[in-house]
Design a protein around this ligand. Sequence first.
Ligand SMILES: NC(=O)c1ccc[n+]([C@@H]2O[C@H](COP(=O)([O-])OP(=O)(O)OC[C@H]3O[C@@H](n4cnc5c(N)ncnc54)[C@H](O)[C@@H]3O)[C@@H](O)[C@H]2O)c1
Length: 183
Amino acid sequence: MAIVTGAARGIGAATAIRLAADGFAVAVVDLEESAGKDTVEKITAAGGRALAVGADVSNAEQVAAAVERVAAELGAPTVLVNNAGVLRDNLLFKMTELDWDTVMNVHLKGAFLMSKAVQKHMVDAGYGRIVNLSSSSALGNRGQANYSAAKAGLRASPRPWPRNSASSASPPTRSPPASSPPT
Ligand SMILES: NC(=O)c1ccc[n+]([C@@H]2O[C@H](COP(=O)([O-])OP(=O)(O)OC[C@H]3O[C@@H](n4cnc5c(N)ncnc54)[C@H](O)[C@@H]3O)[C@@H](O)[C@H]2O)c1
């Protein structure tokens, strides 16, 4: 089964629907459980299996509870798409500490917490795939010092993660190379 964060709308919803069409049971994780209902209804109407789960990906307790609920109701997650994202664009001199922290927490810390929570299931299954949504803004963009840094971090962070799994013999995670086309 697959977990897609920020799947209530946009790219996350489209990814969840596509994974369901490919045969995955899909957990539609977003800030509010109610926000994911529309994506779930589209999946189930097409004959798929899906569950809406409310969780803030930057909150460790909510992430752990969400992944455990997903595992109990849909089975062990072997695919994770770290898609949840926010923008707090501003020129550097106007950007607040909160703007910086919010973007870092949702994109980078969120991907870390979600990946950490699913890792044991992937190791147990002997298989796993983690996809992090980056952006061409990772190369730097006016008014996006926070977003660019977070998206650059998302390109770099998956590389050491497989080597940090419980079993180093069979890396449980894989991400596109940094040279992949921006999403
Ligand atoms: N739209 C683009 O052109 C574009 C380009 C490059 C990269 N991206 C990246 O793709 C991803 C999706 O983009 P989008 O345009 O579909 O975004 P969007 O704003 O339409 O949707 C983002 C979703 O993430 C959810 N979300 C936000 N904070 C969350 C949190 N703390 N916990 C759980 N869910 C949270 C929101 O509720 C929303 O449903 C993002 O990571 C974005 O940075 C988008």
